[in-house]
Write a protein that binds this ligand. Structure first.
Ligand SMILES: Cc1ncc(COP(=O)(O)O)c(C=O)c1O
Length: 418
């Protein structure tokens, strides 16, 4: 009898909550709609996009406007810088891995989720980046979280470039370290902040090629600042890996090589055309991360098809280094064309650059006008920009011709905000 009464009460609560004085009519999460509408009104709303098959044809940009599907769309919004993601070699490698290992990771790699393809990929990444070892994560976001939470802890000092990507910011927050943000690309300010280290452990975290502005400040002065203070350095090479340095081997190898006090992070979802991320560094650091990086230990292994696709992307990169050089050429050309038209364009260190817009709304509208004319651009607004200045973000890729870049530049110039 008692059991029956309880069951009825439970069912009633789940299906039709009775209105009562303390319960707002739209429920506990009623506020989310007001909050989202406020974002929309401020030009900060976001929505998901829909891609048509593998290429760059889309049903609309994330911020408005709709590209004409089937017409020659110039996609400057993708991070698939080397045009790898639809290459038959990657698709085949991914399908074969699915047949062999299954579609998913099935468990954490410290339980039973590890496959030979993870280890092959780690060996190949370490050899490519010139480090002793590598550890793959199921995203670049989780690789940054894992590296920073493992290498910093409450009582540590974490000094960050103020323009760092959200994954580095979140990793710092989760680590419990004292986080000090310093002026962008400023080795002197970094040295001053690191000098506050005292007896604490300290880490300096930065991007190599900054994800929004696309600039690439030289790394050696920052490494000098770290060494003077006895701090370690974590470099997120998400936008440099595959593009920068001889053979696209990345910023770390090009600028500082394998050093015991430097840890790199790369993403597999950008130049490699797959999905996932990796930390590269010494064997000691990697072994430590396997034990303590929570976003590795408590996360399902990277899906084997993604690991296999990244491995196939890496071998194409080794065979076709001219693809990286072509991307750098296209980026320089695009920046020149926009600068000639007096647009405030940043200087690209690899594939990415951005152009400032007077407001979030004007950036959204600008991106929409570009989309209507068949040019897809990214649109970065707070909170993705720390200085509050909204921008359109342009990323060139290897599949574009010089003519595509010229056409895209003329559309961006013609549609600029008044
Ligand atoms: C600088 C930087 N780091 C990390 C990430 C996260 O990588 P992923 O998309 O693989 O999670 C991104 C993603 O855009 C990025 O731009």
């Amino acid at each position: 009898m008692l059991r029956g009464r309880r069951a009825i009460t439970f069912a009633t609560m789940r299906t039709s909550p009775a209105p009562s004085a303390g319960v707002p009519s739209r429920g506990a999460f009623g506020w989310v709609e007001d909050s989202r509408r406020r974002l929309d009104r401020a030009g900060l709303g976001r929505r998901t996009t829909r891609r048509v098959r593998g290429g760059s044809a889309v049903g609309g940009s994330a911020v408005g406007g709709s590209a004409v599907v089937g017409s020659a769309v110039v996609d400057l919004s993708t991070n698939d810088y080397l045009g790898m993601s639809a290459r038959p070699e990657l698709v085949r490698a991914s399908a074969e891995a699915a047949e062999r290992f299954g579609t998913g990771g099935r468990a954490s790699r410290v339980v039973s989720g590890g496959c030979s393809v993870h280890e092959e990929l780690e060996d190949a990444l370490a050899a490519f980046c010139g480090t002793e070892a590598a550890l793959v994560f199921s995203s670049g976001y989780l690789a940054n979280i894992g590296a920073l939470t493992a290498l910093c802890r409450p009582g540590s000092l974490l000094v960050c470039d103020e323009s760092n990507h959200a994954s580095l910011i979140d990793g710092g927050r989760l680590s419990g370290a004292e986080v000090v943000a310093v002026a962008h690309a400023d080795p002197a300010a970094t040295a001053v902040a690191l000098a506050q280290k005292g007896a604490r452990r300290a880490v300096y975290a930065t991007e190599s090629v900054f994800s929004v502005e696309g600039d690439a400040p030289p790394l050696p002065p920052f490494l000098d600042a770290c060494r003077s203070a006895g701090a370690g350095m974590v470099v997120d090479d998400a936008h440099g890996f595959g593009l920068v340095g001889p053979g696209g081997r990345g910023s770390l190898r090009a600028a500082v090589g394998c050093q015991p006090d430097v840890v790199g992070v790369v993403t597999l979802g950008k130049a490699l055309g797959s999905q996932g991320g990796a930390v590269v560094g010494t064997r000691q650091v990697i072994r430590y991360l396997v034990n303590v990086a929570r976003s590795f230990v408590f996360d399902t292994a990277l899906a084997p098809p993604s690991a296999a696709a990244a491995l196939a992307g890496l071998s194409i990169l080794r065979r076709e280094p001219e693809r990286s050089r072509r991307v750098l050429h296209l980026a320089t050309r695009m920046a020149e064309l926009l600068a000639d038209a007096r647009l405030p364009v940043s200087r690209p260190g690899a594939a990415v650059m951005s152009v400032r817009s007077p407001s979030a709304k004007s950036a959204v509208e600008w991106a929409g006008r570009c989309a209507e004319r068949g040019v897809l651009v990214g649109c970065f607004r707070p909170p993705a920009v720390r200085d509050g200045i909204s921008r359109i973000r342009l990323g060139v890729h290897a599949a574009l011709s010089d003519r595509d870049v010229e056409r895209a530049a003329s559309v961006i110039v013609a549609t600029r905000p008044c």
